[in-house]
Design a protein around this ligand. Structure first.
Ligand SMILES: Nc1ncnc2c1ncn2[C@@H]1O[C@H](COP(=O)(O)OP(=O)(O)OP(=O)(O)O)[C@@H](O)[C@H]1O
Ligand SMILES: [Mg+2]
Length: 296
């Protein structure tokens, strides 16, 4: 699903003493089938973008179009559009409201003409793909641990196989193993189905692992967006941009520092960048071992 923002501004509590401008004239267009990360420090406007793209907020000014449907009040096409979008709230508590996990995950399947057996099978499959077995079906979502809530919230989104996924800090509050399991699941899902993805995160590693496009927010403005390879070029070769990225919270982890040093040595490497530490090790092997060592 293509997403187009045209000079979009958003003010929370407009016309009240608590009015807060969250976005200022944000413009971009993201082609269908792209996976984009939205990054930026706390309060920079990431979740607001996600909620506008999900049709949960309406722009104060400007236009948001998702798959050709304008996100505006009283648009009769919005209901149909929302059914094709999976939106994971930043705080899973905001999303969970049913009394059992089974009902929670099955909720979005209502009205889709499935038999009870098909529904149950899809609920179990979705839970399993996030590492939860059938023993969770009868449990109450609100009494689960933070990590379990996150998994149930994700299962209840993926169960409908949405064409647009908007995930707001999907791995926050998970332990490292849980985080890795979810990232791997997301990467496979994307490879297989090529949905459009907006992945909101504070973590540059996660962004680079999952996505090909980056959006960088600061103070409600989109200060940069482009392909990952262009991000590295800007980070490496434009010191002004590097400072702006760092101010926006895009700090490289050690493996990224290594990668950037290597890319700095050979700009051709920008074309096929590794996406995590293991890939970096293989990539160094391939690109940087002197020929005589490789051939020995
Ligand atoms: N419901 C609300 N009412 C008033 N102001 C709000 C509301 N939600 C967000 N804001 C303000 O709008 C701005 C952007 O918020 P947003 O939630 O989009 O930021 P964010 O980048 O997602 O931050 P975080 O990384 O902390 O989740 C912030 O200044 C925030 O305080
Ligand atoms: Mg947020």
């Amino acid at each position: 699903m293509e997403i187009v923002f045209d000079a979009v501004s958003y003010v929370y509590g407009q016309g009240t003493p608590f009015a807060k401008q969250a976005l200022s004239r944000v413009s971009f267009s993201l082609p269908s089938g792209s996976a984009a990360a939205i990054m930026g420090v706390t309060g920079s406007g990431k979740s607001t973008i996600g909620q506008l793209a999900a049709g949960l907020l309406f722009p104060t000014e400007g236009r948001v179009m998702v798959d050709g449907v304008e996100i505006k009040r009283k648009n009769p096409h919005l209901t149909g559009l929302r059914r094709r979008i999976g939106y994971a709230f930043q705080f899973p508590e905001h999303q969970l409201f049913e009394e059992t996990v089974r009902k929670e995950v099955a909720f979005a399947l209502k009205g889709r003409g499935l038999s009870p057996e098909e529904e149950e099978e899809r609920v179990i499959r979705a839970l399993r793909s996030f590492g939860l077995d059938e023993s969770y079906l009868a449990r109450a979502p609100l009494f689960l641990s933070g990590g379990e809530k996150r998994r149930v919230a994700l299962a209840s989104i993926f169960v409908t196989e949405p064409e647009l996924l908007i995930l707001d800090e999907a791995t926050a509050g998970l332990d490292p193993l849980g985080r890795e399991a979810i990232l791997t699941h997301l990467a496979h899902w994307y490879e297989e189905r090529k949905p459009t993805v907006l992945y909101i995160t504070h973590d540059l590693d996660e962004a680079l692992f999952l996505t090909d496009t980056l959006f960088v927010m600061a103070g409600g403005s989109l200060i940069w967006h482009g392909k990952v390879s262009d991000f590295f070029s800007a980070y490496l070769f434009e010191s002004r941009m590097r400072h702006r990225f760092e101010d926006a919270g895009l700090l490289p982890t050690p493996w990224l520092e290594v990668l950037m040093t290597l890319v700095d040595c050979d700009r051709r490497a920008l074309e096929r960048l590794p996406r995590n530490e293991d890939e970096l090790a293989r990539w160094i092997d391939r690109h940087w071992k002197p020929r005589e060592v490789r051939d020995r």
